[in-house]
Every structure is written in structure tokens, then in C-alpha cells.
Design a protein around this ligand. Structure first.
Ligand code: SF4
Length: 469
């Protein structure tokens, strides 16, 4: 039996002369040739990287590169590289892995995409962490250190979420001025397109409230907004209310992601407001009942649907970031235009108008594949595929027409005229602080629209073949 790294250090002996060196990388989605500045609205602190740093034994020499913000020093000596990947960052992650593996440095990958597509990821990595990394990552490092590596590390599905991210790795990097904190993971709903609910198998688990409060007190900066990155912060109603009550004395400003059912729970909305909630991201997705049926999201229509829900949120002084999805089988140019009008008329703080994305591992992906409507074997790896292209055959439009409709929706919603008009809504000018944020965030979205469209998957300048394991 081998001793763990911590045990070896405790015993005063070391397997190597020098500390084991780990390099953690956060990959970007892609980069155009000659691109100088990455999409600014995507530059939030990468919490998965900070979680890996927190799970790494303290005796390991850890460094971190954020591929969105800085060049990676591939020739810098290291013993292991760890990359957490999502479907959109998979191709870039494989490019980075190829660079290191050509130099003889092993690479371990985990994250959503590694869990939903472990066989594919195993082709490009020396080891794959499937599921949440809490229960496995220290063992992964130990095995690499002792040369006893396994190809797949399967985590217990329900990790105990009590590790706080190690944010020291963010020092010196220019992220958006918002602090990301996690209370809970997963969601109990089963929307057919949702990779999150596929990853957690429609389960939801949360951290102890006092640990979350302790972390917030430790990491908050004066006046800084807290973003609860939970997939659905109110998925566990009682737990969420417990958190809100505990937050009230701290006079925070926070935003988070939730589902529309919360807008019909008056006690929850009151507690959210009292605890400092400024606004929430809600997946409104569609105004069309048939589309909502297809995506298994008819709960969006409960008790009067989005108009009533949005009025309730406004009444409580909460802003809404509404997200919409186009390309389900009943969507037409007219339904898309109606949706943009709705978002404008409701005075949404901000909104996203995306095409339906068949993420591997979701019921939507399986359905589209069964119907032979996928246009690429694996759109996220295809060099021809670009961000915002439609990777499937829609029923009522051509792929190009759907892509154009989504782009037109964004351009229309983030036109200066629309921004000015929505800025007149009472919720968007309820305080000088809100007005300032409203204009700053809408301006950022206005400027980022064209930059995102057509972004390649991976770095366009990268030369060579992806190296298979
Ligand atoms: S409500 Fe949101 S997080 Fe929950 S399953 Fe649906 S899309 Fe996913």
C-alpha cells in the first residue's frame, strides 16, 4: 500500500526531491486568428479551477493559467495538467492537452463534458474524472505521483459539497468585478436540453448555510456583487429560504439563477429581496406551449405563465435576466419576433436569445440523433462549426435562417434604442446603483454580440492534429 502525499510529508520523507507540480488550466471556447481581447462578458472567475486548487494537497506546487486572459507557458516544467471542460471548451481543451502530451506531460480532465462524454474525453486525456471531483481529485494526484494511474475515476454521485474554492489562484487576473459563490448544485426539474440536470440526474444538494456565510464574509469586497452560481438556487425551497434568512443581516447585494416557479412564492420573493437579491436569471425559453411541452418545461406556464411571474418579480423590485431559446419544432420567424417584443415590453434587465443546443448526454441530443437531424458527428469538435451556428436541422427554417433570426433578436434587443426604452422601466431605474449597472451591462452585451458570433471552437492559430491517448 502506498502512503498518500500528505502522509509522506507527515512522515518526513518525500517520493521526489522536489514538490509535485500541478498546472490547472481554464480553457477558452475559441479564439480567432489575431484576436487580442477575449469576450468580456464571459470573463468571470472560473470557479471549477479554484475548486481543483482547493482539492489539491497543500504540499503540491500549484499554478494556474486562464486561457481566456493570458498565454499558457507550455514549456514551463510541470508534472501534471488538470483541465475542467464543458462541451463548448472541449476542442480547445484537447488542443491544450495535445501541447502538453507532446512534451510528455500527462493530462487529467473532468467537468460536465467529461462526465457526459467520458469515452470521447478518454481519447485525449491520460485520466478522466467522471462526476464531481471532491471525492477523487486528491487520489488522482496521488496516483500520478506514484505511477498507478487509472484511466477513469468515477466519483460518488452525491459529493459532500463543503469545500470552498481557493481563490488565491485568481490573483493578478482581470475578471469581471463580481464574486462567485456556490450554495447548491443541480436542479430537480428535467428540462430535455439541460446538461446540468443530466449531470446531476435531476438531484439537488446544498452546502451548510453557515459555511456559505463564512465564505461570503471572507471573500466579499466592499460594495461587490455576489453571484450565486447555483444552477437553480431555489430548487430546494426550504433550504433556499434558510439561506436567505441567514443572509439578511449581512446587507449583501446578490444575483442568482432560478426557475420561474419561484415567482409565485411570495414568501420566497420577500426573503430574496430582504437578503439583498438584485435580480435573477430565469429560463423563460419560449412563449409557445408546444415548444415548452417538447422541452418538458410546461411548469413555465403555471399560474398565468411568464407575464404574471414577471409582474410578481417586478412588484418585489427584482430585475430579470430572461433567457430564451429558438429552434424547437413549432418556432417560426413570427414566434421569434413575438418573443423579442415580449422581452422589450416586459422591460427585461437583460436577455439571451440562443438557438436550441443539443448537448451530448441530454434527452434532446438523443432525440435529434434518433431523428437524424444532427448536422455534425460532434459539433463541438468540428473545425467547420462556429459559435452560434445551428448544429441541427430545424423543422420550420433552414439552419442559416434560424441563426440569423437569433442574431437579429440580439441586435434588436441590445440596440441603443431598445436599451434606452427598457431603461425607462421602473424596475430598471429603481436606484442610481441599478441604473449604473443597467447601462454598464447592456453596453457590454451590445459590444459583445458580434464578437461572439462565428467564434471558432478552439484556437484558430493552433497547428497540428489533436493527439489521441
Ligand atoms: S429549470 Fe433550469 S437548471 Fe433546472 S432542469 Fe430546467 S434548465 Fe436545467
Amino acid at each position: 500500500m502506498t502512503a498518500s502525499i500528505e502522509q509522506e510529508h507527515a512522515m518526513g520523507r518525500s517520493v521526489r526531491q522536489r514538490p509535485f507540480r500541478l498546472t490547472i488550466i481554464h480553457p477558452c471556447v475559441g479564439r480567432r486568428r489575431g484576436m487580442r481581447r477575449y469576450i468580456r462578458t464571459w470573463c468571470m472567475e472560473p470557479i471549477p479551477a479554484a475548486m481543483l486548487a482547493a482539492l489539491t494537497p497543500k504540499c503540491v506546487d500549484t499554478r494556474f493559467y486562464d486561457d481566456r486572459l493570458e498565454p499558457i507557458a507550455f514549456d514551463e516544467p510541470t508534472d501534471l495538467v488538470a483541465i475542467s471542460i464543458e462541451t463548448y471548451t472541449a476542442r480547445r481543451a484537447y488542443q491544450i492537452a495535445s501541447e502538453y502530451r507532446q512534451r510528455g506531460i500527462p493530462v487529467v480532465m473532468g467537468g460536465f463534458h467529461a462526465t457526459l462524454c467520458p469515452d470521447e474525453v478518454a481519447d485525449y486525456a491520460d485520466a478522466v474524472v467522471v462526476g464531481e471531483a471532491e471525492s477523487t481529485f486528491a487520489a488522482v494526484i496521488d496516483d500520478f505521483r506514484h505511477g498507478t494511474v487509472q484511466k477513469i475515476y468515477r466519483a460518488a454521485r452525491r459529493a459532500t459539497v463543503d469545500v470552498a474554492p481557493d481563490r488565491t489562484i485568481f490573483q493578478g487576473k482581470r475578471y469581471l468585478p463580481i464574486r462567485l459563490v456556490e450554495f447548491a448544485r443541480g436542479c430537480r426539474f428535467r428540462c430535455d436540453f439541460c446538461a446540468i440536470t443530466s449531470f446531476y440526474q435531476a438531484a439537488h444538494h446544498h452546502r451548510a448555510v453557515d459555511r456559505v456565510i463564512e465564505e461570503i464574509q471572507r471573500v466579499r469586497r466592499r460594495g461587490q456583487m455576489i453571484f450565486f452560481i447555483d444552477d437553480n438556487i431555489t430548487s430546494g425551497t426550504d433550504e433556499a429560504k434558510e439561506l436567505m434568512r441567514a443572509l439578511i443581516p449581512y446587507r449583501l447585494r446578490w444575483v442568482g439563477q432560478t426557475a420561474i416557479n419561484v415567482a409565485h412564492d411570495d414568501e420566497m420573493l420577500t426573503l430574496m429581496k430582504q437578503s439583498g437579491c438584485q435580480g435573477v436569471l430565469i429560463g423563460i425559453e419560449s412563449l409557445d406551449q408546444s415548444s415548452l411541452q417538447q422541452m418538458n418545461k410546461t411548469f413555465n406556464l403555471m399560474r398565468g405563465g411568464p407575464p404574471v411571474a414577471l409582474a410578481n418579480l417586478r412588484r418585489h423590485g427584482l430585475s430579470v435576466y430572461g433567457t430564451f431559446m429558438f429552434g424547437y419544432d413549432h418556432d417560426t420567424p413570427e414566434t421569434i419576433q413575438r418573443t423579442v417584443d415580449f422581452a422589450n415590453d416586459e422591460g427585461l434587465f437583460i436577455a439571451a436569445f440562443n438557438h436550441v443546443t443539443p448537448f451530448p448526454g441530454t434527452p434532446l441530443y438523443d432525440r435529434m440523433r434518433a431523428e437524424r437531424r444532427l448536422l455534425y458527428d460532434a459539433w463541438w469538435l468540428d473545425p467547420q462549426y462556429r459559435y452560434n451556428m445551428i448544429p441541427f436541422q430545424p423543422k420550420t427554417m433552414s439552419p442559416d435562417e434560424l441563426a440569423q433570426q437569433c442574431l437579429d433578436a440580439r441586435r434588436s434587443f441590445y440596440s441603443w434604442t431598445s436599451i434606452a426604452r427598457r431603461g425607462m422601466a421602473a424596475t430598471n431605474r429603481r436606484s442610481p446603483y441599478v441604473v449604473w449597472n443597467y447601462w454598464a451591462i447592456n453596453a457590454l452585451h451590445h459590444w459583445d454580440i458580434e464578437g461572439r458570433s462565428g467564434l471558432p471552437m478552439g484556437d484558430e492559430q493552433w497547428q497540428g492534429e489533436l493527439l489521441k491517448a
